[in-house]
Design a protein. Structure first.
Length: 180
């Protein structure tokens, strides 16, 4: 059985360093599942399916990236205001439209970071969120991914990066760090 323990700890530290610990802290449980990976906003649980790492739909095929993508759903839930959703509408589409998945295309369009981003505006936002944070793991891979992407795709990345900066909170300083 595959475990994600080290990955979870690594991503948690990364979120803390980026000032996004509050997003990670909202999640009650992260577990390995045998259904499709998910974020459940009612139970605040994330399920990660190792088989999803072999699917070619996401921008990157890595356990940490998969977890960051699912945490992107939580980020959107706690961070996006109605005004944000209105402002993002021209870039991502209607985030609140009923979730009926479109068929997965064979290639990612120039306006999307991945094939999976083309499925629904929710997935477009969370894939873009994950790519923004993936820069801290593999900046060269993100640069390569973005080659040939449209101005719209780059605009999505810039918009999500602004939201991440806006929502980042300073890490709590320990007594040892403050010199007391």
């Amino acid at each position: 059985m595959v475990t994600f323990g080290r990955t979870i700890a690594h991503v948690r530290r990364y979120f803390e360093a980026r000032g996004l610990a509050h997003v990670f802290a909202a999640i009650r449980r992260i577990s390995v599942v045998h259904t499709e990976s998910y974020h459940n906003e009612d139970t605040l649980c994330i399920g990660l399916n190792p088989a999803d790492l072999r699917k070619p739909y996401a921008a990157f095929h890595n356990a940490a990236y998969l977890l960051i993508h699912e945490l992107g759903h939580e980020f959107a839930l706690v961070s996006l205001t109605k005004a944000d959703k209105r402002a993002l509408l021209p870039l991502f589409g209607d985030y609140d439209k009923p979730y009926r998945r479109a068929r997965r295309p064979r290639q990612a369009g120039a306006d999307f970071v991945s094939r999976y981003a083309m499925v629904h505006p929710v997935e477009d936002f969370t894939e873009t969120f994950a790519v923004c944070l993936w820069k801290g793991f593999d900046a060269d891979a993100v640069r390569e991914l973005m080659q040939g992407k449209s101005r719209t795709c780059r605009g999505k990345l810039a918009a999500v990066e602004r939201l991440i900066r806006r929502e980042a909170r300073p890490a709590a300083r320990s007594i040892r760090q403050s010199g007391q």
